[in-house]
Design a binder for this molecule. Structure first.
Ligand code: SF4
Length: 73
C-alpha cells in the first residue's frame, strides 16, 4: 500500500500536544510545537484522527497520490 505523507504546519500549531499524546508514534513536540516524527508513514487511522482533532487544522495527511485524506474540508 502506498505510504501517506504527514505534514505539520508549525506556524499554525499552537502546541496543545494533543497529536503527540494521541498518536505518539507520529508526532512529537519540539520547542513547543508539533512536528511529524516521519514524513512518510504506513497508512494508519491514528493520524487521520489526529488531523481531524487538531484545533488549528495544522496537520495535513495525504495519500500516495497526493490527495488530501485529512482534515476534511
Ligand atoms: S494537535 Fe494541532 S495544535 Fe495541537 S500540538 Fe498537534 S498540530 Fe499543534
Amino acid at each position: 500500500m502506498a505510504k501517506w505523507q504527514v505534514q505539520v504546519d508549525r506556524e499554525a500549531c499552537i502546541g496543545t500536544g494533543m497529536c503527540a499524546s494521541s498518536a505518539a508514534a507520529y508526532f512529537r513536540l519540539e520547542n513547543g510545537r508539533a512536528t511529524a516524527a516521519q514524513d512518510f508513514i504506513e497508512p494508519d487511522d491514528l493520524v487521520v484522527d489526529a488531523a481531524e482533532s487538531c484545533p488549528m487544522e495544522a496537520i495535513l495527511v495525504r495519500d500516495g497520490d497526493g490527495a488530501v485524506i485529512a482534515p476534511e474540508v
